[in-house]
Ligand binder design. Structure first.
Ligand code: OGA
Ligand code: NI
Length: 335
């Protein structure tokens, strides 16, 4: 009886990481997409010269004489793609590296440890899973993830994974309802080395605020037009792991979709994202060391009366390389 129960459970949840580690020579049938939905990897059909995608230097925003140039570039990118990459965005490379490091350690944990956080309830504030929703997906995607609410940080961080210990600060500091910055000043030696993902969450929250200001300006609105709503809004971080895949040409890491919120700030450890351009061609987004990806969500499309479009995107997987990503999904409250 116990055996049967266990094998039923095992059948209903197998992470992509488990399949990769077991060395399967092919993907199981549930991952195989109908041919029209496969990613046409390596063929030039439906792709375009990726050097034409916008990359914006955000340091210009802080220079009074050059800010309007950056705003103009943002306006063009949002109109044409609903997408751009940013460099000189102000998040230190050590913060980015630490976050990726914590994610690597989390996904390398034994399955039983990660299963403590598994849930098929999409409203769970902290949720480990595979594919999009393993219990309802008809086709599965080659992706494992840990998703958690992240703003306000002090409200949620206690529920975040406590293993690996570097993922967040522990020892009950967070219950004092102080920001990571305040805590770091107060407990410089104890907290700093252990709050890797918390630091990244706070840094992306600030970057999102700056980007919303620039986007508001680029639409001819007041810089602070969305500030209040943004503070009341939510930030959910999806940490994704796309293990190397024996048959990347028949499956995807994530299906085509647009993000529902205002902005998504995306960090990837290697290439894999594709966006759909205005001619409905898939475009591979080049990997730029140190850059972050900004994607407009449906809320900005609505707020701009359709002048800006939310970007449709998908994730391809790789035969040899495991890709990690942090998708920081920001949204304004529903009114
Ligand atoms: C998302 C998303 C892309 C990625 O989480 O909505 O599009 O590379 N992620 O993980
Ligand atoms: Ni997305």
């Amino acid at each position: 009886m116990e055996e049967t129960k266990k094998s039923l459970l095992d059948d209903s949840f197998t992470s992509a990481m488990t399949l990769t580690n077991s060395g399967v020579p092919q993907v199981p049938d549930r991952y195989v997409l109908p041919s029209a939905q496969r990613p046409a990897l390596g063929s030039s059909i439906g792709t375009r010269d990726d050097t034409t995608l916008p990359v914006i230097d955000l340091s210009l925003l802080h220079q009074p004489l050059l800010r309007s140039r950056a705003i103009h570039e943002i306006n063009m990118a949002c109109k044409e793609f609903g997408f751009f990459q940013v460099i000189n965005h102000g998040i230190p490379s050590s913060v980015v590296k630490d976050a990726l490091d914590a994610a690597t350690q989390f996904f390398d944990l034994p399955v039983e440890e990660k299963m403590l956080l598994v849930s098929s309830n999409v409203h769970q504030p902290v949720r480990y899973g595979t594919s999009i929703n393993h219990s309802t997906d008809k086709v599965h995607y080659w992706r494992d993830f840990i998703k958690h609410y992240s703003h306000p940080l002090s409200k949620w961080i206690e529920m975040w994974p406590s293993n690996p210990p570097c993922y967040k600060s522990i020892d009950g500091y967070m219950s004092k309802n102080a920001s990571i910055d305040e805590l770091s000043r107060k407990y410089p030696d104890e907290v700093l080395p252990r709050d890797k993902v918390g630091k990244y969450a706070e840094a992306t929250h600030l970057l999102n605020k700056q980007l919303l200001e620039a986007i508001s300006e680029s639409l001819g609105l007041e810089k602070n037009y969305l500030q209040e709503q943004n503070e009341e809004g939510s930030q959910v971080i999806a940490v994704n792991c796309y293990p190397s895949c024996p048959e990347p040409e028949v499956t995807l890491g994530m299906p085509p979709h647009s993000d529902f919120g205002s902005l998504t700030i995306l960090l990837q450890s290697s290439e894999g994202l594709q966006i759909m351009d205005s001619n409905k061609n898939w475009v591979c987004v080049p990997y730029i060391e140190g850059a972050l990806i900004v994607q407009l969500g449906d809320q900005v499309e609505v707020m701009s009366n359709g002048i800006y479009k939310s970007v449709i995107h998908r994730v391809t997987v790789n035969k040899h390389v495991k890709m990690l990503s942090f998708a920081s999904l920001h949204s304004l409250p529903r009114r």
